[in-house]
Design a protein around this ligand. Structure first.
Ligand code: PXL
Length: 274
């Protein structure tokens, strides 16, 4: 219990402060060992840069898992982020089927602000839905929740809409939904946590600017805190507070458009989880 090891499955974006370049330092700062299964190697993330390169690593992922299996490797959780191809959902499923971990945490990275990221299509959404149905915990934003459930995407909504989205997700077979970016007014946003045990909403200050990579920061912090023995609700709050801290450290620098300066706040996160 006092030392946990997870496997995180997501891409390496060489420039852009997202996916593995944020997950590794954050999970380490939480005091949790992070092993990696890179899904792709990109020059940058796909949200705002043009002309990015992308090497799909699906075949290599299969070989890496076969080797891990031959070593008898076990993880306390598998946490997936940006997957580069719908075939990679099968690789993740095989990790679980073969017993390398008992807990699957899926951040169904597919889009934001009502739009799919450029690399994805509706077949990818269908495969992601199937993967989510096998997950213990998923961490969608509202765009991803609407894609998963087929519900209309709304910019302004009430609690009824959010309850419908989370109910639709629970019906897929997911045990717990941690939904990010749930905002009922201009000055606050928050996290909605829902499982068969109940509904919890954590509102916090909203900063008008939307920053790239914050979903990855949120999911990595949540996973790290959960692995340190925090409850789902506690981990959801710790991750929300850290993500807000990172955004606040960045908004005064308009030239820093591609991510957030999460490094400046890592010490405070480590202190909270020590
Ligand atoms: O932050 C999510 C993310 C991760 N990895 C890549 C992305 C994105 C979002 O655009 O493009 C490659």
């Amino acid at each position: 219990m006092d030392y946990r090891r997870i496997l995180t499955v997501q891409d390496i974006s060489c420039l852009g402060q997202c996916s593995l370049t944020v997950a590794l330092p954050i999970i380490s700062a939480c005091g949790v060992e992070a092993c990696v299964l890179p899904s792709a190697l990109l020059s940058t993330h796909t949200g705002g840069f043009t002309g990015y390169t992308c090497l799909d690593l699906t075949d290599e992922m299969r070989k890496i898992i076969a080797h891990f299996k031959s070593l008898g490797t076990r993880f306390d959780a598998v946490y997936t982020g940006y997957l580069a191809d719908s075939k990679q959902m099968d690789v993740v499923r095989s990790i679980m089927r073969e017993g390398l971990s008992n807990i699957l945490i899926v951040d169904p990275v597919m889009g934001d602000n009502g739009k799919l990221y450029p690399a994805f299509d509706m077949n990818f959404v269908d495969e992601m839905r199937a993967l989510c149905s096998e997950a213990d915990i998923i961490l969608p934003n509202i765009t991803e929740a609407s894609l998963l459930t087929g519900a209309e995407y709304k910019e302004s909504y009430d609690e009824k809409y959010i309850r419908e989205l989370v109910d639709g997700i629970l019906k897929l077979g997911v045990k717990t939904v941690v939904m990010t970016g749930v905002s009922y007014d201009k000055s606050s946003t928050g996290i909605a946590v829902c499982s068969k045990d109940g509904y919890f909403y954590y509102p916090h200050k909203r900063i008008a600017k939307s920053c790239h990579g914050t979903g990855d920061i949120y999911a990595s912090t949540f996973t790290g805190a959960l692995m340190r023995g925090k409850s789902v609700n506690e981990a959801a709050v710790i991750a929300a507070d850290y993500t807000l801290d990172c955004i606040e450290c960045t908004v005064d620098d308009p030239s820093h458009w591609y991510g957030v300066k999460f490094e400046k706040c890592l010490g405070r996160l480590a202190e909270k989880l020590k």
